[in-house]
Design a protein. Structure first.
Length: 532
C-alpha cells in the first residue's frame, strides 16, 4: 500500500524553497481520495478471488444456496428395472421455490421424440432446510447405459450458487450373444471360430467332459478360435463352450457336435416365430400364374381329432386372403394339408355375375378330406403344392405322392395371378408374405392375436418355383433334402440350416440366385438333425 505524507517548508528538499513543494495541500487531498478508492478495489478483488474457489455443485460449499445431501456428490446409478429415486437437498430457500428440470442426455426422449425415461414427479419439505425431490424411471430395454441430468434451481436466482446439476445413469441390459450357437465339426478334426457380441467382461469355459478334445486358441477381439481333435473311436460326441460374465449373471453357450455330415445336419425350430423376406429382387414373384411351393416340416399339428380354433392352423407360407399353404383349418382336421387362393366364381351357373372368393383345396374331397392328405405327428414330412392357372389345376403332395388334384368346376371360374413378392407393409400385417406365420386371427373381443398360426415345430428346405413341378420331379433322389440352387424356375430357396440368426433379428439365407433373405421376429432355435 502506498503511503503519502503532507510536506511543509522545513521538509522541503534541498534546492526547493518555500512554495516550491510539488504537493500542495489541494493536491494532497485528491491523491488521498484516489488511494482510498484504490485500496477498496484491491480489497474487493481479494475477496472475489477468494470466493472463486466455491463450486456451485460442491456439496460442501457453505456459501451455496443449494447443496446435495443425498447423494452427496449429486451422481447416482439406478438399475435397469423401472423404479423411483429421490434427491435430497439442503436449501436456504423454501422447497416451494426449488425447481428441477430434467434433461435426457441419452436414451428414450433424448432426441425430443418418445416418452423420456426419467420424469420428475413431486417435491416436499420433510424438515426445515431440506428439499426432497422424487422421480420415476422406466425400465431400460437396451444394451447401453443411458444418462439424464437434472438441473435444480432456486426460483428466480441468477446466482450460480442457486443451481445444482445431478447426474443419473441407468444400467444397461448385460448381453453376451453368439453369431452362431451350434457347430458341426468333422470326425477328422478341425479348427473353428466363435464370434461374440458383448457389452460386459466375460470368461471362456470349456465343459469338463470336452476339455480332452476341444482346446482354446487365440482370440482376436471378440473372435475366439478353438480346435476340435480327431474322433478316434465312436460315431459322435458333443461338448459345450460357455462365455460367461465375470459376475456369472450373463452367459451364452455354443454346442459343438462332432460326427460325419448328412445332407441336412441342422434345422430351425420356429415355434412361436415368424419370418418375412427382405426383398431385394421380387419381380419374378409378382403376378405368378404357375407356382410350386414345398417344404420339410416336423411338428405338433394335431391337438385333438377335430378342432375349430385358429391356433390349430399351422402356416407354412403365404399371404393372408391371397395365397396360403398351410396345415389345418377351422373346419377340417388340424393336421390336414391345405392350399388356399383367390378366384372369381359365378354366383350360380345361370348368373353372369361373379363373386371374389377365397377358395381352398384340402385334398381329394373338400367336404370330407381323406387321411391321405393329413400330416403325421412329430415326423419329418415333405409337403408340396402346385398352382396352375393356365390349366386351372391345383395339386397337393405328401412325401412325393399326390394326395389330391382339383380342376376348377366351372369354366367361368377365374384364378387370380399371385403376388408372393408383395412389398412389406408394416401398417397392415395381413398384406405381407410370411413364412411360418399368418396374422389374421382374432380373439373374442375382436383384437388380433398374431402369434397363433405358427408351426409348432421345425422347418427346413422351403422353396418356391415359378413353374409347375411334375410329379416325377418330386421322385428325383434326394429332392426332399436338397436341390441345385440354380435349378430352372427356383425363385426362393431357404434351407433353414444357417445355424445363425441367434441375435435379435436373425437372417435366413436365400440360396436361390435372387438372394431374398428372410428376417426373423425372434431368435431362431437351431437343432441338430440327421436327414435323411
Amino acid at each position: 500500500m502506498m503511503r503519502v505524507s503532507h510536506t511543509n517548508q522545513e521538509d522541503a528538499a534541498p534546492g526547493q524553497g518555500p512554495g516550491r513543494c510539488p504537493f500542495s495541500n489541494h493536491n494532497n487531498l485528491k491523491i488521498t481520495t484516489i488511494m482510498k478508492k484504490l485500496f477498496i478495489m484491491i480489497a474487493a478483488s481479494a475477496l472475489l478471488f477468494t470466493g472463486c474457489d466455491n463450486d456451485p455443485n460442491d456439496g460442501n460449499n457453505t456459501n451455496n444456496i443449494l447443496r446435495f445431501l443425498d447423494p452427496e456428490t449429486g451422481e447416482m446409478t439406478v438399475p435397469k428395472e423401472s423404479g423411483r429415486l429421490e434427491i435430497k437437498i439442503d436449501s436456504e430457500v423454501s422447497y416451494v421455490d426449488v425447481k428441477p428440470v430434467v434433461r435426457i442426455v441419452s436414451g428414450a426422449g433424448s432426441t425430443g421424440g418418445g416418452t423420456p425415461w426419467l420424469v420428475y414427479k413431486t417435491k416436499s419439505g420433510p424438515e426445515a432446510g431440506v428439499v426432497l425431490l422424487e422421480f420415476e424411471y422406466a425400465a431400460n430395454p437396451t444394451y447401453e447405459n443411458r444418462l439424464a441430468e437434472v438441473d435444480i434451481f432456486s426460483d428466480g436466482s441468477d446466482n450460480p450458487a442457486g443451481r445444482l446439476t445431478a447426474k443419473i445413469v441407468q444400467s444397461q441390459i448385460d448381453r453376451i450373444a453368439l453369431s452362431k450357437t451350434n457347430f458341426l465339426v468333422p470326425t477328422a478334426g478341425t479348427g473353428f471360430d466363435v464370434e461374440v457380441t458383448s457389452n460386459v467382461e466375460y470368461e471362456v469355459e470349456i465343459e469338463a467332459s470336452a476339455q480332452g478334445w476341444i482346446t482354446e486358441g487365440t482370440a482376436d477381439g471378440d473372435k475366439h478360435t478353438f480346435t476340435a481333435n480327431a474322433l478316434s473311436g465312436g460315431d459322435e460326441r458333443s461338448g459345450k463352450i460357455t462365455f460367461k460374465s465375470t459376475d456369472g449373471a450373463t452367459f451364452a453357450e455354443a454346442l459343438i457336435v462332432q460326427r460325419e455330415g448328412n445332407l441336412i445336419d441342422m434345422a430351425a425350430n420356429v415355434a412361436g416365430n415368424r419370418m418375412w423376406p427382405k426383398w431385394e429382387n421380387n419381380e419374378r414373384l409378382m403376378g405368378m400364374e404357375t407356382i410350386t411351393v414345398e417344404a420339410l416340416i416336423n411338428g405338433n399339428f394335431m391337438k385333438g381329432d377335430y378342432q375349430l380354433y385358429d391356433d390349430r392352423i399351422s402356416t407354412i407360407l403365404g399371404v393372408e386372403n391371397k395365397f396360403i399353404f398351410r396345415v389345418g383349418d377351422r373346419t377340417v382336421y388340424a393336421n390336414q394339408l391345405e392350399l388356399l387362393w383367390l378366384e372369381n366364381q359365378p354366383n350360380a351357373l345361370s348368373d353372369p355375375n361373379e363373386t371374389l372368393f377365397f377358395d381352398r383345396f384340402v385334398g381329394v374331397n373338400t367336404n370330407n378330406p381323406l387321411p391321405e392328405a393329413r400330416i403325421p405327428q412329430h415326423t419329418w414330412t415333405h409337403v408340396a403344392a402346385t398352382f396352375d392357372i393356365p390349366n386351372t389345376t391345383v395339386r397337393l403332395y405328401i412325401n412325393g405322392n399326390m394326395v389330391g388334384e382339383r380342376l376348377l368346376p366351372d369354366p367361368r371360374c377365374t384364378m387370380h395371378p399371385v403376388d408372393l413378392g408383395i412389398p412389406r407393409d408394416d401398417q397392415n400385417l395381413t398384406n405381407n408374405f410370411w413364412v411360418g406365420f399368418t396374422p389374421n386371427v382374432y380373439d373374442e373381443e375382436g383384437q388380433t392375436e398374431p402369434d397363433k398360426r405358427f408351426i409348432d415345430g421345425m422347418i427346413s428346405e422351403v422353396r418356391i418355383w415359378d413353374r409347375v413341378l411334375p410329379a416325377s420331379e418330386f421322385k428325383v433322389p434326394n429332392h426332399f433334402w436338397s436341390v441345385d440352387p440354380n435349378s430352372d424356375g427356383l425363385v426362393a430357396y431357404w434351407k433353414f440350416n444357417d445355424g445363425t440368426g441367434t441375435t435379435d433379428y436373425g437372417t435366413i439365407k436365400d440360396h436361390s440366385p435372387l438372394g431374398n433373405d428372410l428376417a426373423t421376429r425372434f431368435p431362431i432355435n437351431w437343432e441338430f438333425v440327421s436327414l435323411p
